[in-house]
Design a binder for this molecule. Structure first.
Ligand code: IMP
Length: 197
């Protein structure tokens, strides 16, 4: 079995990759499984650069195959902010303060100017290769928060096709349509190809 290290402490991400690779010849491990406790500084200027940085750093430690992802929310009216600073937006790590901040910044702004998207870059680094897979989900900033599922900006990210916010979707539906789900799906397709005899 080939070992695939997911450079994250987020069990949700590990579970999602495990689900996508179920039945294939991969042992999926998290940093916690390997007792690795490091915080890679995200000094890149894009989701792609930051995910590659993380994957390379962990790959140097573990060897073999490593996956790392970076993601965030881009709001058109805010010129793409919070973008790569999504987890640190407004100088707080409180998700509630962050999404309330977005609502306040867009207060009174009509629907047609409320376009936003989630973006994800997932990098796969091996001893010999580097690859980046990306996924995007388009939506709008809602007028008020709705729903209790998910995390981060989910309560204020409205998906017109579903007429729901991301926080009103169940995990399975979210994984199918999300920026991360799409990037991971492409990455998994590559890994499935490699595992064929
Ligand atoms: P990370 O790259 O998964 O660490 O995500 C960075 C930040 O982007 C998170 O802290 C959230 O604020 C935001 N974010 C990324 N993906 C999502 C999502 O699916 N829902 C809500 N917020 C997200």
């Amino acid at each position: 079995m080939r070992r695939l290290v997911i450079a994250t402490n987020n069990e949700g991400k590990v579970k999602e990759i495990k689900r996508l690779l179920a039945g294939y010849d991969y042992e999926v491990l998290s940093l916690k499984d390997l007792d690795i406790n490091i915080d890679v500084e995200e000094t890149g200027s894009s989701f792609e650069e930051n995910s590659l940085l993380k994957a390379r750093t962990i790959q140097k430690l573990t060897g073999g195959m490593v996956v790392a992802d970076d993601s965030g929310l881009e709001v058109d009216f805010l010129n793409g902010a919070p973008g790569i600073y999504s987890s640190r937006f407004l100088g707080t790590s409180s998700e509630k303060k962050q999404y309330e901040g977005i609502l306040a910044l867009l207060d009174g702004i009509p629907d047609e100017y409320r376009n936003a998207r989630f973006r994800c870059a997932a990098s796969l680094v091996t001893d010999t290769d580097e690859m980046i897979f990306t996924g995007t989900l388009e939506g709008k900033i809602a007028l008020k928060p709705k729903g209790d599922n998910g995390f981060g900006y989910d309560p204020v990210f409205f998906i017109p096709e579903f007429r729901k916010t991301m926080a009103q979707l169940d995990t399975e539906t979210k994984n199918q349509i999300s920026h991360r789900g799409k990037a991971f799906e492409l990455l998994a397709a590559k890994l499935k190809n490699w595992s064929r005899p």
